[in-house]
Ligand binder design. Sequence first.
Ligand code: ATP
Ligand code: MG
Length: 647
Amino acid sequence: MAQAHYPMPAALKDEARLDAARYQEMYNQSVQDPESFWAEHGKRITWFTPYTEVKNTHFGKNDVQIEWFRDGTLNACYNCVDRHLAERADKTAIIWEGDDVDEQKHISYRELHEQVAKFANGLKKLGVKKGDRVAIYMPMVPEAAYAMLACARLGAIHSVIFAGFSPNAIADRVNDCGAKVVITANEGRRGGKGVALKTNVDKAVADNACPSVSSVVVFQHTETEVPWNSELDVWWHELIGNCDSDCPAEVMQAEDPLFILYTSGSTGTPKGVQHTTGGYMVYASMTHEYVFDLREDDVYWCAADVGWITGHSYIVYGPLANGATTLMFEGVPTYPDETRIAKIVDKHQVNILYTAPTAIRALMAKGDAAARGSSRESLRILGSVGEPINPEAWDWYYNCIGNGKCPIMDTFWQTETGGIMITPLPAVKDMKPGAAMMPFFGVQPALVDNEGNKLEGVAEGNLVIADSWPGQARTLWGDHERFVQTYFSTYEGYYFTGDGAKVDEDGDYMITGRVDDVLNVSGHRLGTAEIESALVAHEAVAEAAVVGFPHDIKGQGIYVYVTVVEGTEPTDELRKELIQWVRTDLSPIATPDHIQFSPGLPKTRSGKIMRRILRKIAANEHDSLGDTSTLADPSVVESLIENRLNK
Ligand code: ATP
Ligand code: MG
């Protein structure tokens, strides 16, 4: 299929900080002389002691060394808060939009400083000090950011646990890192309903199941009463009641850990990814500024959750390090109805909107209704992250949300990469729907075949990164061996992403999905993402997931799960039509063997389709589904098993 090009809007070209020539110049410098490039750009962060060393890195099969700015000292919270007080004290740091349409708050940098310092002093009273671990299980309220920043201020390592996780998942994560304190709220609010956060924490720590925990801090977010355990529990407001708003920021080494964060579990058991302070801050803030072409007066909204890496790097650390105004939204895109996202954009005059394909597809399923009653004229730049965005969804996002004038930054990256790796950049190059395009500064992507041979020119293969970048994870908490094994042992000398990609004749990258998801049908390699894109392009299809299953003749057969759009009947007729559709749109080789209609698909809590579970069902191996702890709605799986077609 020929790839459509969308030009960068002319207005943007005149004002953007980059253009093609400037990007190329900076990129070349960043890979030809990373030492001097990062020596210069590392200065964007405020250091207590400047670094004299920049890069000590080595990717070996068994020995991996990753250190950046090693002898510099700094504090991440100081960079996000204190350093803005001189010039931006009255600027809004956080706009909070509640689940309820009538709830909102503006928090200035001055107020942010006060709240964070007070809470840090509160944590000190509970005995939290440098190097301790603190678990954060919070709704999307400003206090979640205060808690993260307060930990960073003290040099404590936070581990944010997504507020949708079960008591077992909380206990696993708390015990894995030996957290001393758990910070939660009495209740969260999502889609008009309460989320029993405190109750979940109670269940997690009951019967001394989390022996490391000595306190549970409870922020009172709603009026709902919760059971109280006076041995552990302490109210947030009581804890900070008589706390001073002066709390010096701890002096941290560049390589001191900043946080631990578990991956979403799409491919297996979640990994406790560990990031450090210096390189992460430099990389998160720099990517945030360049990818979104940030301007001083922008209202920037990343609609992710702080429970994911996107929330860490692009709701909290990146934007606040840049002194930006970052919007935090407590609710869901479809409450009270599908116009919510667009209405928030208008209400707060959002200039930059960064969200995920799962949200885009959910809104797209309602046709153009999502844009009803809003102008979205304030928008300048859009972003997407988390999964490949199929051209159909790209197009809808571009036209329906962006009024056909805002470029989409399709950012490819991972929990492990700390920040955006491959992405379009405003005004640098025309866009291609579904293509992540170009490496960010310092990133050296490459494609290798299954034997590890580097592929040149137009190619498709395994996506690896040839050299370190500052935002890279340093290890998996308590399991360095798994770190080396998972990322560095497959292809010698490279960091392996686990994803596949294509490079086209212009040298642009297109992510094809997890390499585990590539099918081999009668000797033909087929990307599941490509078949899914074809299906979603049909007007009756809201969402599709494609997996392979063992097939006697073809080696692998194609098993398709389809969710139809509202108001459409999932009939045999439609099934036949979809099969024909894929045959003509893509290729007869891609003919689905089975199409199972399903009202929902199994997703991680971050909204990604869990194909490994779908593979098991398609292969009739549903007795051994593997780790399902991060599944958003287990009942979806039961009904899929019951209605499976490959019995
Ligand atoms: P786990 O590693 O536990 O299986 P996960 O990989 O889903 O979980 P994340 O680190 O949140 O956890 O997700 C990173 C993955 O998301 C990438 O490896 C890639 O597969 C996918 N991804 C992210 N952004 C994009 C994008 N713009 N285009 C295509 N895929 C993307
Ligand atoms: Mg992963």
